[in-house]
Write a protein that binds this ligand. Structure first.
Ligand SMILES: Cc1cc2nc3c(=O)[nH]c(=O)nc-3n(C[C@H](O)[C@H](O)[C@H](O)COP(=O)(O)OP(=O)(O)OC[C@H]3O[C@@H](n4cnc5c(N)ncnc54)[C@H](O)[C@@H]3O)c2cc1C
Length: 380
């Protein structure tokens, strides 16, 4: 008689996530598999995880628990971080920007992320940071930045068409797979690092920390990006997108997302596209994700709610609060200046309202998506 399975295993992950086209291809299950050395799992066709040898599976359930699409640890996370609706626990919200001209030249919004990392490195509070460096059109690849130059080189959201699609595996993809990079820390002589990531990525790291899975203990600081969705498309969908937007992608110099999708063209003109227009190339996994404001990061950041040139900064944990305060006191960043206390209060209320609205919108979209079985768009 076959032994009864008492824990959720990769079989459950496959039926609940992979088979329902909800897998974000983050590589977390494969990278942190307890039977990794035995090669129980592999990243198979189309970068989806699969058993390479089911017999080798230790049935420990780690792959299942740390998957960002699985909610089994959510109550524990919420309790740990004192989660509150609608945007998670936070201590304060601020509109801030870097004071460093080198960062201003390359950053996405206000350069707060890059300046916080530079501050941590300069103060020896971290030995490095996992950031994502430009690799090609829409594509970024994770690196462990060990120097100021590495950190600055990974800033921003500039766009370049100088790569051939074949070099990118036949796909344009804004998602940067940082979790395998976290795994690689095991082989490096580093103690404290910072990680910059999307909500799904920070969520997995926090779940690993809850469970005590190594090397998540090396992640001392998490800076979480707001994220409505990542995009992924091939040559065919690229043409459809170009037709819909009436723009050649090779004309794009910079991309950003705030209230809408903002395209800066090579000639300097800015085009605002409603987010619904680009949903056609959103990754299916993102449409089932309910975290917009990176609710478990030490500090969460986005452009939404701030004037151009500023980063909306949500300080959540005590560690995040100390980091923000020290970076401010030591002149790495500065806060937006308001005419008076009343204006300050109103601007902060507006910022919070926008983050709350986007958080609710993403949560409702995920609920809707999870009700719908089947595929919204084929990533391949
Ligand atoms: C995929 C994606 C979706 C986003 N969606 C929204 C949104 O809907 N609304 C909103 O307000 N803001 C969104 N943001 C955040 C916003 O674009 C800025 O990153 C944020 O405001 C910080 O700006 P900054 O100038 O302080 O950062 P910078 O100083 O320019 O630093 C940016 C940091 O982000 C890292 N990074 C860049 N791309 C990626 C990636 N794909 N994955 C992981 N890390 C990356 C860089 O390595 C760098 O460390 C999104 C970001 C990404 C990457």
């Amino acid at each position: 008689m076959e032994e009864k399975e008492e824990v959720k295993t990769f079989n459950d992950l496959r039926s609940e996530v992979v088979d329902r086209n909800l897998c974000g291809k983050c590589g977390g299950c494969y990278s942190f598999c307890s039977a990794g050395k035995l090669n129980a799992l592999e990243m198979g066709e189309n970068d989806l995880p699969e058993y390479s040898d089911e017999e080798k599976c230790l049935k420990c359930g780690i792959c299942y628990l740390i998957c960002p699409q699985i909610n089994a640890l959510n109550d524990e996370l919420k309790a740990r971080f004192g989660w509150k609706p609608p945007i998670g626990f936070y201590q304060h919200i601020s509109s801030a920007r870097t004071t460093d001209q080198n960062v201003i030249n390359v950053c996405t919004d206000g350069g707060v992320v890059t300046s916080l990392l530079l501050h941590l490195l300069d103060q020896n509070l971290i030995e490095g940071a996992i950031v994502s460096k430009k690799k090609g059109p829409f594509a970024r690849e994770p690196i462990i930045a060990l120097t100021r130059d590495d950190i600055i080189a990974a800033a921003g959201s500039q766009y370049t068409e100088s790569f051939h699609l074949e070099e990118l595996g036949g796909q344009y993809n804004t998602y940067s797979p940082i979790l395998p990079e976290v795994k690689s820390l095991e082989r490096k002589y580093l103690r404290n690092i910072a990680v910059v990531g999307t909500p799904c990525q920070i969520n997995t790291i926090k779940k690993m920390q809850c469970l005590g899975i190594l090397p998540a203990h090396m992640v001392e600081y998490t800076i979480g990006l707001f994220c409505i969705e990542n995009f992924s498309f091939n040559d065919l969908t690229k043409k459809r997108l170009e037709k819909r937007l009436d723009i050649e992608l090779s004309d794009i110099q910079k991309l950003n997302i705030k209230d809408d999708f903002i395209i800066t063209l090579n000639n300097g003109i800015m085009v605002h596209v409603p987010l619904e227009e680009v949903d056609m190339v959103a990754r299916p996994a993102c449409l089932a994700c309910s975290d917009f404001a990176n609710e478990y990061a030490d500090i969460s950041v986005g452009g939404l709610g701030s004037l151009d040139g500023y980063t909306t900064t949500v300080v959540r944990t005590d560690k995040g609060a100390a980091l923000f305060r020290n970076a401010l006191n030591q002149g790495y960043i500065e806060e937006a200046v308001y005419r008076n206390a009343d204006e300050r209060k109103i601007e902060k209320t507006k910022m919070l309202a926008k983050i709350a609205a986007f958080s609710t919108r993403k949560r409702l979209r995920a609920e809707q998506r999870l009700k719908t079985e089947g595929v919204d768009h084929d990533e391949s």
